[in-house]
Design a protein. Structure first.
Length: 264
């Protein structure tokens, strides 16, 4: 189980998503994916051919790299497994990208729809903790828009937000604002004594030399995704909303309020 926000990250930025999706369509669309190692290897070889994945960097010869890239596309809501046939299909968002729609517009929508739980987050091999019932990227822009916060650092997201922000209630939001302000006052001293016990990785061990490394990696990837929306800017590890994007952020928040919360 993963007891913090988590995103799949074969690549830390989303720029190559349209190309990876096109390669997936070429090799693996409308076929049964689960357990089909030959298909996985075909996709992996095509990624290497198209220079989307570095050639030869494979943990094994079983297509695990391909499965990671497919999980990335699935987590972004671009592909899904059709229950009746067990074959991989494109979602409407995936079709839009393949048909030439602006990928920034499409992926921005997918990023703000990203949520825990989801079919991806509760899937075997992932399993983000059930306590998270939240749309993480919307929560982040809500924090950035709050006058008490104004900006966020990679450390604040890694050590406070992705570990403690469980839902979208006002009570949770107020708690996170309070905790961020505490962190700005006392840094790591405000973290619980059992922090590393509660937020240890699902695989492997915590590095003694860099104990926060994994959380910081996740935080950086989350910021990369949010940066892709072109609503926020990053400077020396600090992110804030672009001055001329405040209304766009408010529009995203308003749209999310109109969406049903039954999926959360």
């Amino acid at each position: 189980m993963i007891n913090y926000w988590w995103v799949s990250r074969p690549k830390r930025k989303l720029n190559s998503v349209p190309s990876v999706l096109a390669t997936f369509v070429e090799t693996s669309l409308n076929v049964e994916w689960q357990g089909q190692r030959d298909i996985h290897l075909l996709f992996e070889e095509a990624l290497e051919r198209d220079e989307l994945k570095r050639f030869g960097l494979r943990r094994d010869q079983g297509g695990s790299g391909a499965r990671t890239y497919a999980a990335w596309l699935k987590s972004l809501g671009l592909i899904f497994t059709q229950e009746s046939t067990k074959k991989i299909r494109l979602t409407l968002a995936g079709e839009a990208i393949i048909n030439g729609d602006n990928p920034v517009t499409v992926l921005k929508n997918q990023i703000f729809k990203y949520q825990f739980p989801s079919s991806f987050s509760i899937s075997r091999g992932v399993h983000v903790a059930d306590r998270f019932v939240i749309r993480p990227f919307l929560f982040l822009v809500r924090l950035l828009a709050d006058p008490q916060i104004g900006f966020l650092t990679t450390e604040e997201i890694a050590k406070i937000v992705i570990t403690e922000a469980e839902n979208e209630s006002d009570a949770c939001f107020i708690h996170i604002v309070k905790r961020i302000l505490e962190f700005r006052e006392s840094s790591d001293e405000c973290l619980s004594d059992d922090f590393f016990e509660k937020y240890q990785p699902s695989r492997g061990k915590i590095s003694e030399d860099h104990p926060f490394e994994r959380l910081l990696d996740v935080s950086n990837t989350i910021i990369n995704w949010l940066e892709y929306t072109q609503l926020i800017e990053r400077d020396s590890g600090i992110i804030r909303i672009f001055d001329d994007k405040t209304e766009a952020v408010r529009s995203e928040e308003h749209t999310s309020e109109l969406q049903s919360h039954h999926d959360l």
